[in-house]
Write a protein that binds this ligand. Structure first.
Ligand code: ATP
Ligand code: MG
Length: 570
């Protein structure tokens, strides 16, 4: 490609809405063009990046026996009624859906379990045909609440989604492991620093296994906790930990109500009662929503710990939870904010208790009365027995669940997700095959996603400096750029053209910067776009000398043209 023939569209200024490096740099380098919130066009150079990622994905999935298919973007409501997901996705507001002129409802696929299960049910009849893994690479549509960070969270974005079909759960384990191998190979080949972590399995649940592949980056949206000693690693949405056990407070004592004027927070209570937070239970009210209703629920967590919204949402089987506002708190407790407690809540209020409180006795809690708290509260005696769940957030510094060392926190970008679905969809959608026993049985399914466009953005997030992008060589728009310093000088153009032709002829992934412009502006563009290797043909062209540098260190080396060819190909 001659850069004189392609509109690079580089910008001097950062776009106003860009607040992470990948968004800023991809836009400024002219690689992505915003059409609307979360909707982008890709330039010719960017499309090359995406195609390279897609090729790596294809090669590694094919190696593990994946078969590429293509499914429709538009999906009828009926399929989503079969799986029971239509109402939920509509209520969550994540799905784009519309009516055709006959009034039939369709959605733009946010994911493809329904379609692929329907396909599998039609073409897979016997255990002899299993296992099978179908995958596709296609645009997905999600009406994200906050489309942002450029390609990181788009409303139309490219995903590779794969779905495995097995006869047994043991078979599913093997298919899942194969995808794990493929993902490890894919992100390694893309040149990324990544880590696989245990993930929240969400509302679907399935047979248990779920891991995310995280590209490590300070700007990542996800917090990860890992234990260097044992290798345990999990998304904070899912992570467990061992915390100091609740101290033994002895046999249950008589409830003791105390006046606590204006004492509301854990810190204030610690001072007022000269008691550690570990002996208290905080009562936090949440507004939980389901497809068909809303409810205020009370959550009890030890005074020194915090509630994890994702764990709480799963425990309730809800769509979402948000902290109750002042009005809802006053309504539920009849008291001012700061005095909620498990005692005195309206009858029937659901109380979720974090498991760390299960055996604790004689706690200090609120009692739904302004300016009062109670000592010696015993859950189940002074209030209904809570529903016990793990709803607390694990934190750095706590002990890994395996007890082998302390947890450390880092941040990451979720680029891939593998998931054992089990028979959830095949049972709901009656997708069955004839098992070896001769009986009909539901498929054991797995689903596996990779954010293709997000992977490209995460590569930039991880590899850039103040001048621009530093593409990992395997996914760079071109690996090498040959640039003429002064395109009006014949000797420079001649040698550069010769080099370009020679490299191309030997299969090197090279482009030619033959643009007539100032050297300063040219280098700025090239550094912004981030080709990994650069050969500049300049003043010493007549002597056959060129300047070679890598984008990473930008150190220039004067070498002969033939040495430059060898350097690039070596
Ligand atoms: P997130 O938690 O980031 O919203 P998700 O868990 O909903 O993502 P999955 O359904 O697991 O996403 O989709 C598979 C992959 O698709 C993700 O691992 C991610 O790389 C990518 N992806 C998901 N949503 C988006 C989006 N809005 N824009 C770009 N890529 C996305
Ligand atoms: Mg995910």
């Amino acid at each position: 490609m001659r850069l004189s023939k392609t509109p690079l569209g580089t910008l001097r200024e950062d776009p106003a809405d860009a607040d992470v490096p990948s968004h800023r740099l991809l836009a400024r380098a002219g690689l992505i063009h915003k059409i609307a919130a979360g909707i982008y066009s890709y330039s010719p150079l960017m499309w090359r990046v995406i195609k390279k990622i897609k090729n790596i994905v294809r090669e590694e999935l094919d190696r593990e026996g994946g078969q590429e298919i293509l499914m429709p973007i538009m999906q009828p409501r009926e399929l989503w009624e079969e799986s029971g997901r239509w109402a939920r996705y509509v209520a969550e507001g994540i799905m784009f859906h519309l009516k055709d002129k006959r009034g039939t409802e369709v959605c733009l696929g946010p994911t493809h379990e329904e379609v692929v299960t329907t396909y599998a049910k039609r073409v897979l009849h016997s255990y002899k045909q299993l296992p099978v893994n179908f995958y596709q690479i296609q645009d997905k549509f999600r009406d994200e609440i906050r489309p942002r960070f450029g390609l990181m969270r788009g409303r139309e974005f490219m995903m590779k989604d794969a779905y495995s079909f097995d006869a047994t759960s043991k078979g599913l384990d093997a298919s899942y492991d194969a995808m794990k191998r493929a993902y490890t190979a894919i992100f390694t080949r893309c040149g990324l620093d990544f880590r696989s972590v245990q993930a929240d399995a969400g509302a679907i649940g399935g047979e248990g296994g779920s891991e995310e592949f995280m590209v490590i980056a300070a700007t990542g949206e996800d917090a990860i906790l890992y234990c260097p000693e044992s290798g345990y690693a999990a998304n904070v949405e899912k992570a467990g930990s061992r915390v100091e056990p609740s101290p033994d407070a002895g046999e249950a004592q008589a409830l003791d109500k105390r006046e606590t004027p204006n004492v509301r927070t854990v810190e204030q209570l610690e001072e007022f009662f000269d008691m550690k937070a570990i002996r208290m239970a905080k009562t936090i009210l949440y507004n939980a929503t389901w497809v068909d209703r809303e409810e205020t629920v009370a959550v009890l967590v030890r005074g020194d710990l915090e509630v994890n919204n994702v764990k709480l949402t799963n425990a309730l089987g809800a769509l979402a939870v948000t902290l109750a506002d002042e009005e809802a708190i006053k309504k539920a407790t009849g008291a001012d904010v700061g005095f909620a407690g498990p005692i005195g809540l309206p009858e029937g209020t659901r109380i979720i208790g974090d498991k760390t409180l299960r055996k604790a006795t004689n706690l200090l809690t609120g009692c739904c009365e302004t300016d009062y708290h109670c000592l010696n509260v015993n859950l189940g005696r002074d209030c209904p027995e809570p529903e016990w769940h793990d709803v607390r957030t694990a934190r750095a510094g706590e002990l890994s669940p395996d007890g082998k060392g302390e947890l450390v926190e880092t941040r990451g970008i979720e680029v891939g997700h593998i998931f054992k679905l089990g028979t959830v969809y095949s049972e709901k959608m009656e997708a069955q095959f004839t098992a070896e026993s001769g009986k009909l049985a539901p498929f054991h399914m797995g689903c596996y996603g990779i954010g293709v466009t997000r992977t490209a953005a995460s590569a930039v997030e991880q590899n850039h400096d103040e001048l621009g992008i530093i593409w990992p060589r395997p996914i760079a728009p071109f690996e090498v750029v040959v640039a003429v310093l002064d395109a009006k000088k014949n000797d420079q153009v001649e040698l550069a053209t010769k080099l370009y032709d020679e490299l191309r002829a030997t299969g090197t992934d090279v482009c030619f910067d033959d643009r007539k412009m100032s050297a300063g502006a040219k280098f700025k563009d090239l550094e912004l776009i981030g080709f990994p290797l650069r050969i500049v043909v300049g003043r010493k062209a007549a002597d056959g000398i060129v300047e070679f540098s890598t984008r990473k260190d930008l150190e220039k080396q004067e070498i002969s043209a033939s040495e430059a060819v060898a350097a690039v190909r070596g």
